[in-house]
Design a protein around this ligand. Structure first.
Ligand code: DQA
Length: 155
């Protein structure tokens, strides 16, 4: 039986996790986060494809590919959250659940981080839970993809 597949997409500067403003983003590297996601996926019986790019066009191209290839998307669009209509449009074009993740609590930070172009499209938003937010997002995604109850609630 094929496992439900989830694209975990990371936007610009998240390749610097672990060294970038650790007081805000923590000490784990992006490789640590990828490992956490793969461990969670094994436990949750999901298949995870974990990717990061600093380039808006690359993120959009991966989202286009994902339209037919994956069952759900977990995305930390990083700074593009607050600026990119193009990424929001690409997500809108995918008829699959989207969960938005932010490591930091963006609402406790500068005002320009309070607006997200992605949130109106997202089934769920996880902010301020550190890198654990990715695991929480995968747990919720598993519920959305596998239970009738969750599908009814979010319709
Ligand atoms: C972030 C928050 C964004 O405002 C910021 O630009 C990031 C990371 C987070 O995970 O907390 O790069 O998405």
């Amino acid at each position: 039986m094929q496992l439900p597949s989830v694209l975990v997409l990371n936007g610009p500067n998240l390749n610097l996790l672990g060294t970038r403003e650790p007081a805000i983003y923590g000490a784990e590297t992006l490789d640590d986060v990828a490992r956490m996601c793969h461990d969670a996926a094994a436990r949750l019986h999901l298949e995870v494809d974990f990717r990061q790019s600093n380039a808006e066009h690359q993120l959009i191209d991966w989202l286009h590919e994902a339209r037919t290839r994956v069952d759900g998307i977990v995305i930390n669009p990083a700074a593009y959250t607050h600026t990119s209509v193009a990424i929001a449009d690409a997500l809108s074009a995918i008829a699959k659940p989207v969960i938005e993740v932010h490591i930091s609590n963006v609402h406790k930070r500068e005002a320009f981080r309070h607006h997200s172009f992605v949130s109106p499209i997202a089934e769920a938003i996880i902010v301020g839970c550190g890198t654990q937010g990715y695991v929480l997002a995968l747990e919720r995604m598993q519920t959305l993809l596998t239970t009738k109850f969750a599908k009814q609630v979010t319709q």
